[in-house]
Design a protein around this ligand. Structure first.
Ligand code: SF4
Ligand code: SF4
Length: 498
């Protein structure tokens, strides 16, 4: 979850305004109004001038409409209202918003006392440090960024700085372009959204499908909301899931389904897959429900691709079940994850759109829906404790281990898990090399699991606690006890990737 800073408030305000105008049939003619309602003449100024603020806002509006950056916003609104979605990657750098943070890694600060010892000069293997103007100075052309000077200074006067977006990216997919603006290498990017959360200028964003979803609802299509298990406590600890359900129906969604139910299907199928293939066909297997983790494996460790479970994600399992029952259904996944938008693009047979919790909250604001005041409705879960626990790190692993105890008690599972793409990459490399004794690996891109995703609204610690209470209060304990999930599997369906 992003800390609710001025930047986050601004981003959310744009999403809410786009929703409000779309809901009231005013987007086509009044999209330009957003420029003046969000950045007012006498409002706070974060950039050099109002013109710069509004130029940044245009980029934000294009991304909110899922149109290419640089499109005239009236044209972008018309395209979005027609249901059009631009090609290309989900996570984007907003060029106008990027502040071109410094690229020099080591800097001498005012704490330098120009001491007599000059440990910095003595420690530098490249003789890149000299004294100028009564303080040490680093010649950037000679510096090789080894950090010896920083370590040697007795006053801690040399600091190491890095660009927040670059520091956040475990996959080194975001770097400074020639003009020093951030640039994403999509051959490396797993679209996890970590850089979006890290950027203090709000210069990285993800494309949204808010308008496209609103248009589908207004066209009276049957739009199903399938909500990720991390929904618990997203709208505050006092808002009950029954109230979220009422709000979704009031907004115009046809029905609400829990992705936790699809997670039960996944637990059963993934356990069977593990029992059938490990160790006979492969030495180990990894989970497949985190799309950013799967992207990371595809792009950075393709040699490990065959070890990723072929079982579809809970999102896809739930969506396929709905499409099998209602071929005209429009399925919208609502969750904590930006990378799910990429997974949605790859599964157009069953996923129509993906929204984050943050986007849904903005849509409720745009519709004037106040969740704390809305009626609570009966909310009965179809899922087991296993299904709900997928939202938290370690949940998938435990579900499969418990289920194996019922379905395949003779197999040996040696589990290991990691959170954060860098940690996942390292652990998977170790397992592949045999340096880590594990045959079942759970990889989660976000720290804490999905409850720590970039599209969440509440602190990961609060959501984890609330999820635990929710899991413990769920009647059906294990996936194999969820007869409805067992029946759905038996009826037939595609629960594995082709
Ligand atoms: S953190 Fe990165 S994207 Fe954000 S302003 Fe700095 S360089 Fe630009
Ligand atoms: S991998 Fe994640 S952090 Fe790195 S550039 Fe892509 S979205 Fe940003």
């Amino acid at each position: 979850m992003a800390q609710v800073t001025e930047v986050v408030k601004l981003q959310r305000k744009v999403l809410a305004e786009v929703s409000r105008l779309a809901l009231h049939d005013k987007l086509a003619d009044h999209v330009e109004d957003i420029l003046t309602t969000v950045v007012t003449e006498d409002g706070p100024r974060y950039r050099c001038c109002i013109h710069k603020e509004r130029a940044v806002l245009k980029d934000r509006i294009n991304v909110a409409l899922s149109q290419p950056i640089g499109t005239d916003i009236t044209e972008a609104a018309a395209n979005a209202l027609n249901g059009e979605v631009a090609d290309g990657s989900i996570v984007r750098v907003l060029p106008e918003a990027c502040d071109r943070c410094p690229i020099d890694k080591f800097m001498v600060t005012d704490a330098c006392r120009n001491c007599l010892a000059h440990h910095c000069i003595a420690s530098c293997p490249k003789k890149a440090i000299m004294v100028a103007g009564n303080r040490a100075y680093i010649d950037k052309m000679t510096c090789v960024e080894c950090g010896m000077c920083k370590k040697s200074c007795p006053y801690g006067a040399i600091i190491e700085i890095s660009r927040p977006c670059e520091r956040a990216c475990d996959l080194k997919a975001i770097t400074a372009a020639a003009d020093r603006r951030a640039a994403i290498d999509y051959d490396k990017c797993a679209q996890c959204g970590a850089c979006k959360i890290a950027c203090p200028f709000g210069a990285i964003s993800d494309r949204t499908y808010i308008v496209q979803v609103i248009q589908a609802i207004k066209a009276k299509k049957r739009v199903y909301a399938i909500v990720a298990p991390a929904i618990v406590s997203q709208f505050g600890v006092k808002v009950k899931l029954g109230q979220v359900k009422t709000a979704l129906i009031q907004f115009g969604f046809h029905a609400l389904h829990e992705v936790a139910f699809g997670a039960d299907i996944v637990t059963l199928e993934e356990t069977k897959e593990f029992a059938a293939t490990v160790p006979t066909d492969r030495a180990y297997m990894t989970t497949s429900c985190c799309p950013a983790y799967v992207e990371m494996v595809d792009k950075h460790l393709p040699q490990c691709g065959e070890y990723v479970s072929s079982t579809v994600s809970p999102m896809v399992a739930t969506a396929r079940m709905i499409k099998a029952e209602d071929k005209d259904a429009v399925v919208v996944f609502i969750g904590p994850c930006i990378a799910k938008k990429v997974e949605g693009q790859k599964n157009p047979d069953c996923i129509d759109y993906v929204l984050t919790f943050e986007e849904l909250a903005a849509m409720f604001v745009g519709a004037g829906i106040n969740l704390t005041e809305i009626t609570d409705t009966l909310y009965e879960t179809d899922a087991s404790r296993h299904g709900h626990s997928f939202a938290s790190a370690g949940g998938v692993m435990k579900s499969v281990i418990d289920t194996a105890g019922v379905l395949a008690p003779d197999i040996t599972i040696k589990p290991h898990r990691a959170e954060g793409l860098g940690n996942c990459k390292q652990a998977l490399q170790q397992i592949a090399k045999g340096d880590l004794d594990a045959n079942f690996f759970e990889g989660m891109a976000c720290v804490g699991g999905c409850v720590g995703g970039p599209g969440t609204l509440n602190d990961v610690r609060i959501t984890t606690k609330m999820l635990e209470t929710h899991v413990n209060a769920t009647k059906t304990v294990m996936a194999p006890e969820n007869q409805k999930a067992v029946d759905v599997i038996e009826k037939g369906g595609h629960w594995h990737k082709e």
